[in-house]
Structures are given as structure tokens and as C-alpha cells.
Ligand binder design. Structure first.
Ligand code: ASP
Length: 313
């Protein structure tokens, strides 16, 4: 099986000033992920590595650079899942952690549970020896300013989602040379969310899903909408019915738009290597690597760039 990695850096109306850095961030993450796969690593290792890269990159709303809730605090959500055994781990509303995706993996591998939340997730992180960071070290000056600016703004989150709000959730899906798929998604959620609000990202079947029999998906977009249509599972359902990855993602995203008025995006890979990066928001930064070709884009429409990988390494 020829390995594939696809990553996203969040669906929304990314302003020009951030678009270039977002594209650079997803390209770096895809390169990290394919490196793992080419060294014979598993899809699970590749998606964790790619997502960690983006959590560490403060241009994205995950780990460093996360958005703030109404209290000015960072609460992070993440999921990781592998398609061979359907093993999954997730954390929600966890604080003061740089790489929630790795904590989610520890939940998957070291507990009998699928999700740990808030204080319990933090206590577990401590017991695993995962270092705790002061909130301020995760918050960028830009985010603090945006939060100050918007905290008194009372328009609905849904209305704002496709306009000026940055919600650069990150995610990755991969197919490894053993035929296994995996997904991971990580986010700070939506700016000015209520304390304790959990979006789609850490919820199995909504923010992500992976099954060797169907494929792997990582979603981004308006969390409450994604939850209502269980977007990741919906896309895989349509693939099981015979649609291509691209058709299934487009169909499901349009359904979400019609049914609950939510915008968003998804990256998908099938067990045969059929992949897509599809979105209904104005922009979504994404990158994919298959057979030594790097594809990336950020604009709506089918516009993307394709480069032979040797140019990059
Ligand atoms: N889906 C994320 C959330 O609602 C936000 C995003 O993808 O940008 O938490």
C-alpha cells in the first residue's frame, strides 16, 4: 500500500495576513507525517506527529495559539483514532497542556476509557508525567487582543463563524503501508465559547473517525453543526454506499449547510488511497502527500498547487 497523509489547518474565512503562514504550517505538518510513514511508521504515529507540529505552531487554534473562552482561559479538545481495532482516545476542556493529541493517545492506550474531560483529563496528564504549562504560555498576544476586541460582541457564534473569527482547528488523516488508516483532530474551539463548551472535535464520529473498512476523516467548522449531523461518520457512511471520498465529503457538507446552516470542511482518506480536502467555508488550509507529490491549497474551488516532493526536501 502506498502511504498517504492529508492535513488541515481549519475551515473559515482565513484572512490574507494569516493564509500564507497557515499554508506553510500545513505543508510542514504533512511533510512530518509522510516522514513517519516512509520510515515504516504507522498511520497512528503519522497523524499524531503531524497534529503535534500544528499544535506547536501558534498560527493555529490548537495547543499554542488556542483561542480563549469567555473567562479568558484556554480549554482544549482533541481526538485520535486508529482504524484497525477502532481504538480511540479523546480529551475535552483540558487546560495548560501543549499537545492534547498526545494526551488523547495516552487515554486510548493507558486507560479503559475513550474520553477524559476537564479536571479529570488534567489529573490524568499529571499522572502520566505530562508537563503543565501556565495558560499565558499558550496564548499569543494577537489572540489576547482579538479576545478583548470581541468579548463584548453579542452576535451569535454561528453568524460570526464564516466571517472574521479565527478557528484554525487542526487535523490529519493517514493511510500507512500496512493498509491501516488513522485520524487526529485538535482545537481550542471557538473564541468566546462558554466555559465548559465542548465542540465536535473530540467527539467520536463528529470531529473524527477511522475504520479500516471505510476510511479516516478529520473535520473542522462550526462545531455545534458538525455534532448535529455527526459529520465524520456521515461522510464514511456515504463512502460505504459507494461514493468517492470527494463526493461523500461534498455531499455531507452540503447536507450540513442545508439542514443546520453550518459551514465547515473535512479531510478524508480511504483504505485504497482515495483522498480529499473539501470545504464549504471561504477557505481552509490543507496539504496532502501521495506518491511523492505534495498538494496544497487554501481557497475555495478546486484550485491547488502540486509539487514533486524532491523540490521540498
Ligand atoms: N470545530 C471546532 C469547534 O467547534 C472549530 C473549528 O473547526 O474551527 O470546536
Amino acid at each position: 500500500m502506498k502511504p498517504v497523509i492529508v492535513v488541515h489547518g481549519g475551515a473559515w474565512a482565513i484572512p490574507d495576513a494569516l493564509a500564507e503562514a497557515s499554508v506553510a504550517g500545513v505543508k510542514a505538518a504533512a511533510l512530518a507525517g509522510i516522514g513517519v510513514l516512509k520510515r515504516g511508521g504507522r498511520a497512528l504515529d503519522a497523524v499524531e506527529d503531524a497534529v503535534r507540529k500544528m499544535e506547536d505552531d501558534s498560527v493555529f487554534d490548537a495547543g499554542h495559539g488556542a483561542v480563549l473562552n469567555t473567562d479568558g482561559e484556554v480549554e482544549l479538545d482533541a481526538i485520535i483514532m486508529e482504524g484497525e481495532t477502532l481504538a480511540a482516545g479523546a480529551v475535552s476542556s483540558v487546560r495548560n497542556i501543549a499537545n492534547p493529541v498526545s494526551l488523547a493517545r495516552a487515554v486510548m492506550e493507558k486507560t479503559d476509557h475513550v474520553m477524559l474531560t476537564s479536571q479529570g483529563a488534567n489529573l490524568f496528564a499529571e499522572s502520566m508525567g505530562i508537563p503543565t504549562l501556565p495558560t499565558d504560555s499558550l496564548v499569543t498576544e494577537k489572540e489576547r487582543k482579538e479576545w478583548e476586541h470581541y468579548k463584548n460582541y453579542s452576535a451569535g457564534v454561528e453568524e460570526l463563524f464564516n466571517s472574521q473569527w479565527g478557528n484554525d482547528t487542526v487535523g490529519a488523516v493517514a493511510l500507512d503501508s500496512f493498509g491501516n488508516v488513522a485520524c487526529a483532530t485538535s482545537t481550542g474551539g471557538i473564541r468566546n465559547k462558554m466555559v465548559g463548551r465542548v465542540g465536535d472535535s473530540p467527539v467520536i464520529g463528529s470531529g473524527g473517525y477511522a475504520d479500516n473498512r471505510s476510511g479516516a476523516v478529520s473535520c473542522t467548522g462550526h462545531g455545534e453543526s458538525i455534532l448535529k449531523v455527526t459529520l465524520a461518520r456521515l461522510i464514511l457512511f456515504h463512502m460505504d454506499q459507494g461514493r468517492t471520498a470527494s463526493d461523500a465529503a461534498g455531499f455531507s457538507l452540503r447536507y450540513m449547510g442545508e439542514r443546520v446552516k453550518g459551514g465547515g470542511g473535512a479531510i478524508v482518506v480511504s483504505p485504497t488511497g482515495d483522498w480529499t480536502a473539501t470545504f464549504t467555508t471561504e477557505r481552509m488550509a490543507w496539504a496532502a502527500i501521495q506518491e511523492d507529490l505534495l498538494y496544497y491549497g487554501v481557497h475555495q474551488s478546486n484550485m491547488h498547487t502540486r509539487v514533486r516532493l524532491s523540490v521540498f526536501i
